[in-house]
Design a protein around this ligand. Structure first.
Ligand code: PAF
Length: 302
């Protein structure tokens, strides 16, 4: 079974990260977890698809504060990409990721191959489906995406058996779906959300920002600006959420985006927001060139 980035890269990885152990098989991972458990040590998991950036470093920092041991997983999960999506082109930077983890102090980098995670064809394996919400918002535009996410996260939970798992709030729908899965399937795991880390101009950090051409990058912060403008309208008392959604879809188009959705939902469960809801979240997904950007903003209302 060959490692995900080739044998040569794997050896270079282990040289690059003397104090972060890189593990590629589930047996080796389980042995490490068992040793930590025998020593009574708590475990945090930070699941990622690699190409680590400041947003991921924040997840790691939070994880470090929550448990003695931190496992960071890097796996570009084919099951959460649809046909024609960017699985093949998704940025893969294992050496830089490993170096960043070494500098910031993770205990284990779990970097399994597709064969380790999916020994049979993905379509013929068992899966986890969180009904309802998985078909809305991003799920409506990326059919099967959240099934792929729930399944891989479930597998990682079974392998690592963490006390806590840390996820970014930028992927807010993913966070809510994972919380639902954990509650529905009785995982004894705390799910910790971490606020979005932004570039100086407000653009949410994301590996997919690398797809933006310079002119698109200059324009991309208008997504955040649109969220701030909608936030301001709601704070000033506008509760006609459906009209706001229509207005901001149009504004995004005028600003050069191809929006998938602009939606105002109840924060706790992503039900469609009503005027008497006390905590709402504005969620947006929009294309700019080849990049599909997502972002959100939560508001507590009196
Ligand atoms: O958020 C991500 O990077 C991925 O969806 C996750 C949670 C690592 C599952 O592949």
């Amino acid at each position: 079974m060959s490692p995900p980035y080739g044998r040569a890269i794997f050896h270079r990885l282990n040289r690059a990260i003397s104090d972060v152990q890189t593990i590629e098989t589930s047996d080796a991972l389980r042995a490490m977890i068992a040793a930590w458990r025998a020593a009574g040590e708590g475990i945090a998991l930070v699941p990622t698809m690699g190409n680590l950036h400041a947003g991921h470093w924040e997840l790691l920092k939070v994880a470090r504060g929550l448990a003695k041991r931190v496992v960071v997983s890097i796996f570009v999960n084919p099951a959460q990409f649809g046909a024609g999506e960017d699985f093949a082109g998704y940025p893969r930077t294992p050496l830089e990721d490993a170096e960043g983890l070494r500098a910031r102090g993770a205990d284990v980098l779990f970097m399994p191959t597709a064969q380790v995670m999916y020994p049979a064809a993905v379509q013929s394996m068992s899966f986890v489906e969180v009904p309802g919400l998985s078909g809305e918002l991003c799920g409506a535009f990326r059919p099967g995406h959240f099934r792929g996410v729930a399944t891989i996260v479930c597998k990682l939970f079974n392998l690592v058996q963490p006390d806590v798992a840390v996820f970014g709030e930028k992927d807010y729908q993913q966070l809510i779906i994972i919380r639902r899965m954990v509650a529905d399937l009785d995982f004894p795991i705390r799910i910790q959300g971490v606020p979005t880390v932004r570039e100086a101009d407000g653009l949410a950090m994301s590996s997919r920002n690398a797809y933006l051409e310079p002119a698109e990058r200059a324009r991309a912060s208008q997504l955040y600006r649109s969220l701030r403008e909608a936030e301001s309208a709601i704070r000033q008392g506008d509760r006609n959420f459906r009209a706001l959604e229509r207005q901001f879809l149009q504004r995004l188009e005028e600003r050069g985006f191809r929006p998938d959705y602009f939606s105002i939902r109840r924060s706790e469960d992503l039900e469609v927001a009503e005027r008497d809801h006390k905590s709402v979240i504005i969620l947006v997904a929009a294309w700019l060139g080849k990049a599909r950007l997502i972002d959100n903003m939560k508001l507590e209302l009196r």
